[in-house]
Design a protein around this ligand. Structure first.
Ligand code: NAD
Ligand code: UDP
Length: 352
């Protein structure tokens, strides 16, 4: 079988924080990369570093509108990820998750591309199961302040599931837990960028609530490694690990087979290729604030407490057993190693 090179990848949301890392990794691996972004939270300055590479191109496009092209792989990352940004235009956030996913899946169905979708730990909402396993259905408010993001991402997962069953699309999903690192926007609004920028500027460190809520922070390089390992697996390996079990009637557009009555296949894995990707190290937000201040001892910032926003999850920690088993992957960069690298990046920005 002849292998055609270079492989072509479409990265939606490619000018954002994670998209920039992914574009760079794909270019390093020899891919031809089309970065598609509407620059809602992404920055052209992030991707200027690739401008001289003939295998890189940028398309300013809104993924809620169809996009055509022939690609081997589609990485669907388009969607604002920080609460302050996804709540800025909640309907656009919903449309991006829903129509953006549909447009990626239609393109994959029509051209045979495989898809990696960036889902999120937010689909577990304020979880009642700890740590979160992929089989947990979650605890999400449909009408809360976070719902435009959480429910949009849940619909996207459902859509990916049904395109795989009904159209045979090769789709894989990563449920990303809080990920940080260089190329986060300094005004992104997420907790790590906020605390570092506040400490560098000698401003108050704003803990929302009493700071006892927990998160598990993953360094960006670990996530990109997991994404690439997942996409590199042959379809047969993915299908064997996540057996579909029902609706084998692909390419007819309609599922005519009745679903199996068993919700879990014999190997006990989910029936859909979905993996938690995160660092299981769990910290309270207060511990995070203290860690940032310890790394910046010259800062005169003081911790202050502000009201907790609605529906803020009380705890979050991934169970990564499945990713370990399938990908032989686990995160390598601890929070105490990743924070200094991130601080160094933010030091480049002018202080206020
Ligand atoms: P980001 O906000 O930095 O990047 C998102 C990118 O998508 C931006 O460049 C933005 O301009 C672009 N975008 C938004 N709407 C678009 C549209 N309609 N059409 C085209 N482009 C659009 O966020 P990120 O942290 O890089 O997140 C990337 C993806 O990973 C998102 O889908 C997010 O939900 C998911 N994710 C991230 C995290 C995390 O901790 N970073 C956690 C869970 C899930
Ligand atoms: N948070 C905080 N101060 C900030 C920003 C966020 O205390 O300046 C808290 C927020 O309430 C949440 C946690 O930090 O409990 C993580 O917030 P982030 O927006 O980074 O991500 P998410 O809530 O989506 O996990």
């Amino acid at each position: 079988m002849s292998i055609k090179l270079p492989l072509k990848a479409l990265v939606t949301g490619g000018a954002g924080f994670l998209g920039t890392h992914l574009c760079r990794r794909l270019l390093e691996e020899g891919y031809e990369v089309t970065c598609l972004d509407n620059l809602f939270t992404g920055m052209k300055s992030h991707i200027e570093q690739f401008a001289d590479n003939p295998r890189f191109s940028f398309v300013q496009h809104d993924i809620t509108q169809p996009y055509r092209g022939q690609f081997d792989e589609i990485y669907n990352l388009a969607c604002p990820a920080s609460p302050i940004h996804y709540q800025r235009n909640p309907l656009e956030t919903l449309w991006t998750s829903i129509y953006g996913m549909r447009n990626c899946l239609d393109l994959a169905r029509d051209t045979g591309a495989k898809v990696l979708h960036a889902s999120t730990s937010e689909i577990y909402g304020d979880p009642m199961v700890h740590p979160q396993v992929e089989s947990y259905w979650g605890n999400v408010n449909t009408i809360g302040i976070r719902s435009c993001y959480d429910e949009g991402k849940r619909v996207a997962e459902t859509m990916a599931t049904e395109y795989r069953r009904c159209h045979g699309v090769d789709v894989r999903m990563v449920r990303i837990f809080n990920t940080y690192g260089p190329y986060m926007h300094p005004q992104d609004g997420r907790v790590i960028s906020n605390f570092i920028m506040q400490a560098l500027n000698n401003e108050n460190i704003t803990i929302y609530g009493d700071g006892s809520q927990t998160r598990s922070f993953q360094y960006c390089d670990d996530l990109i490694e997991a994404m690439r390992r997942f996409m590199t697996l042959p379809k047969s390996a993915v299908d064997a690990f996540f057996p579909m079990g029902y609706c084998d009637n692909h390419n007819v557009g309609v599922c005519t087979n009745l679903p199996s009555r068993e919700s879990r296949p014999a190997n006990g894995h989910p029936r859909v290729p979905v993996l938690n990707t995160g660092n299981p190290g769990e910290y309270t937000i207060k511990e995070l604030a203290e860690a940032v201040l310890k790394l910046l001892p010259e800062s005169t910032s003081k911790i202050i407490y502000e009201p907790l926003p609605g529906d803020d999850p009380k705890k979050r920690k991934p169970d990564i057993t499945l990713a370990k088993e399938l990908l032989g992957w686990e995160p390598k960069v601890s929070l105490l190693e990743g924070l200094p690298k991130t601080i160094d990046y933010f030091k480049k920005f002018p202080l206020v």
